[in-house]
Write a protein that binds this ligand. Sequence first.
Ligand code: PRX
Length: 655
Amino acid sequence: MKTKEITQPMGDVGATVDHPKPHVTAKDYAEMYAASVRDPNTFWAEQGKRLDWIKPFSKVKNTSFEPGNIDIRWFEDGTLNVSANCIDRHLAKRGDQTAIIWEPDDSRTEKAQHITYRQLHNSVCKMANVLRSLGVDKGDRVVIYLPMIPEAAFAMLACTRIGAIHSIVFAGFSPDALGARINGCDAKVVITADFAPRGGRETPLKSNADTALLHCKEHVKCLVVKRTGGQTTWTNRDHDCNAMMDEASAECAPVEMAAEDPLFILYTSGSTGQPKGVVHTTGGYLLYAAMTHQIVFDYHDGDIFWCTADVGWVTGHSYIVYGPLANGATTVMFEGVPTYPDAGRFWEVCAEHKVNQFYTAPTAIRALMGAGNDWVEKHDLSSLRVLGSVGEPINPEAWNWYNDVVGKGNCPIVDTFWQTETGGHMLTPLPGATTLKPGAAQQPFFGVQPVVLEPTSGDVVEGNGVEGVLCIKDSWPGQMRTVWGDHERFEKTYFGDYKGYYFSGDGCRRDEDGDYWITGRVDDVINVSGHRMGTAEVESALVAHAKVAESAVVGYPHDVKGQGIYAYVTLMNGQEPSDELRKELEVWVRTEIGPIAKPDLIQWAPGLPKTRSGKIMRRILRKIAEDDYDSLGDTSTLADPLVVDDLIANRMNRR
Ligand code: PRX
């Protein structure tokens, strides 16, 4: 495919913005990148100065990707506190500057809130004292199950203030999924709210939490924030967060934490089994989030930064809360969805708050592109300087629309490739330094050494114009350290297939210029609207239904979501397929996992294509779901080749 290359001007963007010189030029990038891989200790020791340390580190990098000894430590003898870095150190200079602009779900009935750094300090200290009064101590786990309200950020920072480890569960997850995570990390407290308004609808979070807690240890406490004031039931384990914060002291000294103390756990889907608790630690993660936020978005003092993600995902952790606040930025926190009350909502918020950097997912861009240009054009977007994309490959059509219609050709687009596991950006263009290619994540961030491997042999593929699986050769500070409670799983998942390398799970191409293009997951993980979903998880939810005997789930191309969920379902003997049963199964998966896991298409499959040893041939199922069944390849090894004909004949027609 021939792509249009675009050199983005960095001066003179929009009449209302005084455009600063970019932090990193093309020449700086080349020099700094070379230095970062030649001598990581010196490079990262210098970058370590971005943070305020209680006890300065003397050691920088101490990492091993050696089989059997995966051990990752950065700045290990340094101590610091994350909330002090994100709040206290800014108070003298920017106590009255807005730290968080909160934008409600419905701007017609509620107003945005501006929370200054001083107010943030006050609320975080109060919430930290509330958590302490509930018995939370250094190292204890706190699950956060909240809407996108300021209290979500207060709760995260309050945990870091007292050294507790937070684990956020996206408010769209079901009670079952919440319960599994509360138990998985053995949390002492769950912080939730009465309801979560989103897109004009309300999720009953407190009631979900009640259901989840039925399956958790009795001593787990529930701290409830008032969001809508709607009616909820109240039990012995519940505590009223608002009342307790009113009473709590606004003084709370930050606890000294070692750089390698866990900061948070975030559960994410993989190709096998239950979601894994990805563990990030204090020093390296914060430094990496802060540095990437500043450089990749070319963030300058006084800018208004908006990442539209939810704090339930890693993007919200790194680029709504930790990165921006460590840099003393003003960060926008948005409770709603892109299309409510109408498809102009994103652009209205950009205009209203004079947003300078805007960061969203391709699925949102595609949905808004479909709504038409008028929604964009009626808002003044002249404050925008940098646009970002994350979560899945962005197709050139959406890239061009983002560039032309939203950015008016003046805003570099940073297509940032990264993962929950990587803590921050791994491959990305830099504004002002990179000649952009629509759809490419392009070049490694400092310290990141991508390698392309031949998938079967694991040999390193040298040179340009090549394709393979994407691995990383050496550690970077934002890397996850372990899987909570299961270091072996960490080793096996990320270092098991290709010895000596971190394996991303993604395929990639390195083009003739040496730029990287992510081609998508090569494992059984699918990417639905930028959300990661293990096909095994959806399958186990389906087979948990009494009428289902077997199921296989694959992804298929979806115009808006990127990938949709295609489920093949074999029913128990005697069960008849029907539209009602199809609905029932959809509702079932929503309840087991959450709305994001609901299959888009369910095909009744009298049999699944299996090898004689009983292994499901997913390759064939993927091809049928993709409507690409002319190229099924060799099916002669199947136990019963006829099932394939049935699956093709009855494939779900989605046109
Ligand atoms: O497949 C890649 C895709 O999203 C996966 C990571 O998902 P998650 O851990 O949920 O984190 C999402 C946000 C950081 C990756 O393995 N992905 C993420 N960003 C991109 C991407 N694929 C292509 N281009 C991207 N910019």
